[in-house]
Design a protein around this ligand. Structure first.
Ligand SMILES: NC(=O)c1ccc[n+]([C@@H]2O[C@H](COP(=O)([O-])OP(=O)(O)OC[C@H]3O[C@@H](n4cnc5c(N)ncnc54)[C@H](OP(=O)(O)O)[C@@H]3O)[C@@H](O)[C@H]2O)c1
Length: 410
């Protein structure tokens, strides 16, 4: 079979030579709405540990905003340096779908299985991985559908079999597609760095709490007995956060001390410190007692990190997975060492962490927070909304082979 239409199902196991996909090419790096375009590309071959997934729906993530912009990394050039010839990036790091074909070494899934796919990818023969240590720290680790090609914006996505988790049965294809990247990242941030893991009663400060990561962090913290405090930028998001586990919410527009921390000898320092202290007090007000966050869930980076460092409790952890507002961060080291705080980088998740959070979703303790479902042809528009911070609260999805919303739940 040469190609099938979106939604048309060849017999399970039969793989068309070509497929529909959304791609970025280097000559159109820029605004996501123009960079992402629909194309017909060859369906990829699979390696012995790989699976081919008939994608029903895809999630939309910030990483493919970065891929469209070509910044901070040109993912196509990066892969070409490693010997991959493709001149396109067929991205997408979150999906629900059906296992359609499996490589010779695959044992734990089979054609016909309904799955969701987490985006931790690593070379199976990486010595670090073979040694049994956390594969997310391996040299070969990549983000599936960002640093690898043929992700979930493809009619048939190529993934490694270990990435597959069972699709929670109660979810539609689009709800199942939208959460796992953010949920697994948030889970590792909150539960993956002992002894700084969420414990009952812990206050957890969550930046961007109505966003993809934030909405998952609120619910994961709550599921472990924590008391999450949400940070938002508009009042419309307050109720959403309270409904998803926050004990209170702070509107960051009530403060204006954002950005780098001024030199402590400059006159501006006093103004900055007043803002940071006021923000710390707002956390106590939200909690209802004078308790500071034992975990600060960070991703804005440059604009907020000095405040995060200041607000974090003695012995607490600022855990960060991104620098959406910039990468040059400042931190008041006096408070950092005297109060023995921890500044921890975190990136995606390993299989166990993805499985643990998927189980929370399957048990109904974490809702995917599907915000809006778009058509396949709107993949670029959904990224544009995200780029402009105009996207709806929670996580977005786009249909791929699913022809209508509301299907797939049992
Ligand atoms: N390393 C990893 O494994 C990993 C995994 C997932 C995501 N990420 C990264 O994490 C970042 C967030 O992802 P996401 O999916 O949560 O995106 P998102 O849905 O766009 O949410 C980000 C939130 O950040 C807040 N924000 C925007 N500008 C801000 C500012 N100047 N100061 C404070 N908060 C600000 C916004 O909330 P308010 O405007 O309401 O404050 C927004 O809702 C992205 O850079 C993404 O690439 C990394």
């Amino acid at each position: 079979m040469e190609i099938c239409a979106l939604g048309e199902r060849p017999p399970v196991g039969e793989v068309p030579e070509k497929m529909h996909a959304f791609t970025v090419r280097q000559d159109r790096f820029g605004e996501p709405k123009d960079a992402w375009k629909r194309e017909v590309i060859p369906t990829p071959a699979i390696a012995p540990d790989d699976v081919l997934i008939y994608v029903m729906a895809t999630g939309i993530n910030y990483n493919n905003v970065w891929a469209a912009l070509g910044q901070p990394v040109d993912v196509i050039a990066d892969r070409q340096k490693r010997g991959e010839p493709e001149e396109f990036h067929a991205g997408g790091s979150d999906c629900s779908g059906i296992v359609w074909a499996v490589g010779g070494k695959v044992t734990h899934v089979k054609p016909g299985d309904e799955v969701v796919v987490h985006s931790g990818w690593w070379e199976p023969d990486d010595p670090w991985v073979l040694s049994g240590r956390d594969p997310m720290l391996a040299e070969s680790t990549r983000i599936w559908g960002y640093q690898t090609n043929y992700g979930s914006y493809c009619q048939f996505a190529r993934a490694q079999s270990h990435q597959c988790q069972p699709k929670p049965k109660h979810l539609t294809w689009e709800a199942a597609a939208c959460y796992l990247l953010c949920a697994s990242t948030a889970y590792r941030m909150l539960m993956g760095w002992p002894p700084n893991v969420v414990e009952p009663g812990d206050v957890v400060l969550v930046w961007g709490a109505a966003g993809g990561l934030g909405s998952m962090a609120l619910q994961i913290a709550k599921a472990h007995g924590g008391r999450p405090v949400a940070v938002i930028s508009d009042e419309g998001k307050r109720q959403f956060c309270l409904d998803h586990g926050a004990v209170g919410a702070i509107n960051r527009n009530d403060f204006d001390h954002w950005g780098s921390m001024p030199d402590i000898d400059s006159p501006d320092y006093g103004t900055w410190a007043k803002g940071a202290r006021g923000f710390g007090k707002a956390i106590w007000d939200a909690v209802g007692e004078r308790v500071s966050p034992r975990i600060v869930f960070e991703h804005p980076g440059e604009a907020t990190l000095p405040t995060s460092g200041f607000a974090c409790a003695t012995g607490g952890m600022i855990v960060i997975c991104a620098g959406t507002t910039g990468f040059n961060v400042t931190l008041d080291l006096r408070y950092h060492w005297m109060r023995q705080k921890r500044f921890q980088g975190s990136h995606l998740s390993n299989d166990e962490q993805a499985a643990a959070v998927n189980q929370l979703v399957a048990e109904g303790k974490v809702d995917p927070c599907l915000s809006q479902t778009f058509s396949f042809d709107e993949i670029g528009d959904a990224h544009q909304l995200m780029h402009e911070n105009r996207h709806p609260y929670g996580n977005m999805a786009c249909l791929v082979n699913a022809t209508e919303t509301g299907q797939g739940a049992s």
